[in-house]
Design a protein around this ligand. Structure first.
Ligand code: FES
Length: 515
């Protein structure tokens, strides 16, 4: 297995090679770059493969430019079973023609006895409607590339036999809490909680599978634009949510983990049933010690790329309000669950810069109850976002239907909200196309109707067995402390006496104190 950066790796077997998630070009408005830099690898050579696996459409996994320019179109794409055909369509557009359409959670045998299984997660909150993990078996060696997917448990993979290598995400990949307009001390506290939770979840998955070797992958990205530089974990900030692979090894050691292997771009692990032998292109400890210097050099090399991208965003001729009206109002009309879930107006303050600096030159409200997009009218809003008008112009220009996979992940915005986190706000702006909206609405509809009849015992409480968030089994993920239940899968909290979800709007839990 060759490390090729972020969630990417190339796996060689005598029955063929598989390249996973080959990301190299910046993503999300040139905010995210792979860390460590993998752009000096020979991508033509790496791209000459038998199989390609693109786990999902997030741009740090699906890199259209690299896929188009460097990855062999003779490769057979191992396709996850997603409810929409967007991933396949986009790959076809790039020139791929050979697809092996897997069935979720089914083992498929390919030529030469290479076995693969892809688990596709398909809730509106999994990736851009869909995220997946790839399991591989060849000659008695099993590998699980869990990628950044969050299955409720790994039982289905464990049942297929002992796993030798487990690759999984451990670092942050979100805008929370950094972009929220909060006092610094609150941001640090929330960030620290999140950082701890990320590690706790990682330990839980590792413990679930008990693989021989564990590979921290799929993050962190690095931020090379001056406006985002502070998000890199190089300032000793305990609230930074982007710890790197070196920190992973340290934290893992604290909980007794001794089987972690970090792959730098170009590192190679030879895996057998008995052992894993890894060679690195440079000294590992030294590399992480000099991280800041690596980032500074990278920042200099990539500055022209960022400048060129920025130069392409402005389209001042676009009537932003008019275009958003045209695109979003029909979707507001059709949306039942998400519109209700958001439940109030959401305001966009648009600045004359590429982010939050500069002056606000236009204020637009997406009014969910009123099913309207209109100028802001001095009212109370549930959520307020502030970003560059140029970014919205660009999204309209390229007809982007997923603002999470573009604007929000760019972190080039700030946010303020009244009340709790509202997952429906982000779910809606992920679904700015008919196909996605219909899918998400249908999913919520079914989800809502699924009667959660099974219970479980947690301490002194009888609670519904499945988490109201994404159905994690609370007999495994639930922890009760006093009157508060925490589901460890995503850290959501519930007040047991009232059933109220303390993390997000809606999502009541059924709970009763034992007599
Ligand atoms: S499934 Fe997400 S917090 Fe429980």
């Amino acid at each position: 297995m060759t490390g090729t950066g972020h969630a990417s790796m190339r796996i060689e077997t005598s029955a063929g090679s598989i390249l996973c998630d080959p990301w190299v070009n910046p993503a999300y408005f040139a905010s995210w770059f792979p860390f460590p830099d993998n752009s000096l690898l020979d991508w033509k050579e790496l791209g000459d493969v038998d199989y390609l696996y693109v786990s999902h459409l997030h741009r740090d996994h699906f890199d259209a430019k690299n896929l188009k320019e460097n990855i062999s179109k003779k490769a057979t794409v191992l396709l996850p079973e997603y409810p929409t055909s967007q991933l396949e369509d986009e790959l076809r557009e790039l020139g791929f023609t050979k697809f092996f359409k897997t069935k979720s959670n089914e083992v498929h045998e390919l030529d030469g006895g290479l076995k693969v299984m892809i688990q596709a997660l398909i809730s509106p909150t999994d990736g851009p409607i869909g995220d997946s993990s790839l399991w591989i078996e060849h000659e008695g060696i099993r590998v699980l590339n869990q990628n950044d997917a969050r299955p409720t448990d790994l039982g289905i993979f464990a049942e297929l036999g002992h796993v030798h290598a487990h690759m999984l995400q451990f670092s942050g990949a979100i805008w929370y809490p950094m972009v929220y307009e909060l006092p610094e001390s609150a941001k640090t506290a929330f960030g620290k909680q999140k950082r701890d939770r990320q590690f706790d979840r990682t330990w839980r998955y590792i413990d679930d599978l008990k693989a021989d070797h564990v590979f921290p992958i799929a993050g962190p990205p690095c931020f090379l634009d001056d406006e985002l530089w502070q998000f890199n974990d190089i300032f000793g900030d305990e609230g930074n949510i982007f710890p790197d692979q070196g920190v992973f090894l340290e934290e893992y050691a604290k909980v007794g983990g001794t089987n972690g292997i970090v792959l730098l771009p170009g590192s190679v692990t030879e895996l057998s049933e008995k052992e894993a032998t890894t060679t690195h292109p440079t000294d590992l400890a030294e590399f992480f010690k000099n991280k800041k210097q690596h980032l500074e050099e990278m920042r200099e090399r990539k500055a022209p790329i960022i400048a060129a991208e920025k130069a392409s965003w402005r389209h001042p001729e676009i009537d932003v309000l008019g275009e958003l009206k045209k695109r979003i109002e029909p979707l507001l009309e059709e949306s039942i669950y998400m519109a209700q879930g958001v439940g109030g107006p959401v305001r966009f303050d648009l600045t004359d810069s590429f982010g939050t600096s500069g002056e606000v030159i236009e204020s637009i409200v997406v009014d969910f109850p009123g099913k309207q997009v209109r100028p802001y009218a001095d009212e109370k809003v549930r959520y307020r976002f502030k970003t560059g008008r140029a970014l919205i112009e660009h999204l309209i220009h390229i007809d982007e239907g997923d603002w999470v996979n573009s604007l929000f992940l760019s972190c080039r915005f700030s946010a303020a909200r009244i009340g709790q986190y509202n997952e429906f706000v982000y779910a809606f702006f992920k679904c700015l196309s008919e196909e996605r909206l219909q899918y998400a609405e249908g999913w919520y509809d079914e989800h809502e109707k699924a009667v959660e009849s099974e219970d479980t015992q947690l301490g002194e409480w009888t609670v519904q067995r499945r988490c109201p968030h994404l159905k994690a089994d609370l007999s495994r993920f639930g922890i009760v402390d006093g009157n508060t239940l925490t589901c460890q899968l995503h850290g959501w909290k519930f007040d047991l006496p009232s059933g109220r979800c303390l993390t997000s709007v809606g999502h009541k839990i059924r709970a009763e104190k034992n007599a």
